[in-house]
Structure formats: C-alpha cells, structure tokens
Design a protein around this ligand. Structure first.
Ligand SMILES: Nc1ncnc2c1ncn2[C@@H]1O[C@H](COP(=O)(O)OP(=O)(O)O)[C@@H](O)[C@H]1O
Ligand SMILES: [Mg+2]
Length: 251
C-alpha cells in the first residue's frame, strides 16, 4: 500500500449533546478507492465534512499529505480545498445554465481562466471522457437523470482534484444506473489516478471496487481494511451488514 494521502487522528465532534464522532483515526491510501460504510445517521457525512474542513472537529487532526489541515488558517484551507473535489448526493447542476456553462463555471470562478478556447477545450475533453460528447449546449432538464449524474461527476473533475469525495453517489438510483456510476468511480481512480473516497450503502459494490473499506459506527471505526479483512471481522454489526447485503436472492 502507498502512503496515506489523507490521515485523521483521534477526531471527535459533538453537536450540542450529540457525540457524533468519538475517536476516528483513519488513513486513506493514495490513489486508492476507499469506501466508508455504516448505518444511516452514524456520522459518515460529518466525517467527510470534517476531513474537507467544512466542519471543524472538537479534537483531533486531519492531514492531507504533509499538511495538517486542522492547523491552517481559513485562506490557506480554502486554497488547499481546491485539491479536493466532492460530489454530493443532491449536488444539482445549475438549471439556467447549459452543460458547458456548468462545467466552465469552476474554471472561471475558481481558477480565473478567461481564455474561452481553453475553457471550451477542457469542457469538450471532459464530456468525451464521460462518454457524453456534444452535449455542451444542452440544458440539464434535457438530460436523463443518469446523464445529469455523470455531468455532476464531470463538474467535480474539471478542477483536476487529487482526491474526490462521493457522498452516496448511487443512493436512489436504479441498479443499472448505480452500476454505471460505480464504474465511473473506478475509471476516475484507474484512468485519472485520483484517490476516490466514497460513502455508500451499496455494500456489494463497496466490496467489489474498494481497495479499503472503513465501517463507522457510533463514533468509532469498528472494522477497516481490505474487503476480505472486513469480511472476516468478528464484529456482530459488521457481520450482519454483510450477511444481509449479500443474501438478497430473487427466489
Ligand atoms: N450541522 C449539524 N448540526 C447538528 N447536528 C448535525 C449536523 N450535521 C450532522 N448532524 C447530526 O450528526 C449525526 C450524523 O449525521 P450524518 O453524518 O449526516 O450521518 P450519515 O452517517 O447518515 O451520513 C446525525 O445525528 C445528524 O443529525
Ligand atoms: Mg450522510
């Protein structure tokens, strides 16, 4: 395994009296696909936001490579965050803009690129890469849900992040579309060399595509490692999760 690109150490976070993260130490290997799994409401999204610096922890540290994010001033954190991309479940495209304008937006607003040809070139390359060439002039409501989802991933790729966070990218999608999105995550990882961290309820997909799985429960990581290591966990909740996820049979 390569060195971790992200490390958390003893993270804790409470909201009023609700202790959500109690002691979370996690290493995300560089250029891996890492899946965060666990019950709903257990703090997976809070962990994501804490890693990205959108929530500050009560205790504990977050590193990105050699930089301790939790020690940075706001301005430095904002510039570090450009190296992360995130694709949230309900991250909507701007309906009033074309697909091309949606993708160009971060280039113009964040990277301050003004050369229109350069912008068009990058947008076209990315649309080719997600296998939706020629849709730059369309508007989001002219696309299917699955196409919009892929454009959403493309928008988070346009800044060429080193790490891409996906919060439940397949929740609410039909099985065929879920497969398309899971395969897109694998392509982002393999073809672009981007570390992908994914919260998912699709346990079979996590076991199939993740290099590392971390199971979060009640503020702690109760199992972590490769799919076979997590499958061998002695923890009852982990065993139940896996048994139920893999035992669905149509007959
Ligand atoms: N900004 C917030 N303020 C107060 N409570 C929050 C906030 N964000 C999350 N929580 C609480 O933290 C807990 C974990 O939420 P979340 O991380 O969204 O769970 P999940 O594992 O489903 O992603 C929930 O009890 C939620 O109500
Ligand atoms: Mg969540």
């Amino acid at each position: 395994m390569m060195l971790p690109i992200i490390r958390t150490l003893h993270l804790s976070k409470s909201f009023n009296n609700n202790a959500v993260l109690k002691d979370v130490s996690l290493e995300i290997p560089e250029k891996s696909v890492c899946a965060i799994i666990g019950q709903s409401g257990t703090g997976k999204s809070v962990l994501f936001k804490t890693i990205m610096g959108m929530i500050s922890p009560d205790k504990g540290k977050v590193w990105f490579k050699d930089t301790e994010l939790t020690a940075l001033k706001t301005n430095d954190l904002i510039s570090m965050r450009k190296r992360f991309g995130y694709s949230f479940q309900n991250a909507a495209l701007f309906d009033s803009m074309t697909i091309g304008e949606n993708l160009a937006f971060p280039l113009q607003e964040v990277l301050h690129i003004t050369d229109r040809r350069e912008i068009q070139k990058q947008v076209a390359e990315l649309l080719d890469w997600i296998e939706l060439p020629g849709i730059a002039a369309k508007r989001p409501d002219e696309l299917s849900g699955g196409m919009r989802k892929r454009v959403g991933v493309a928008r988070s790729l346009i800044m060429r992040p080193e790490v891409l966070f996906f919060d439940e990218p397949t929740t609410g999608l039909d099985p065929v579309l879920s497969e398309t999105i899971n395969n897109l995550v694998v392509r982002v990882n393999r073809e672009l060399g981007i570390t992908c961290v994914m919260i998912t309820h699709d346990i079979p997909a996590a076991f199939r595509i993740a290099d590392k799985i971390a199971f979060l429960d009640q503020g702690y990581i109760i199992a972590e490692g490769s799919s076979s290591e997590v499958a061998a966990s002695g923890h009852q909740l982990v065993r139940d999760f896996i048994r139920i996820s893999f035992s669905e049979s149509p007959v």
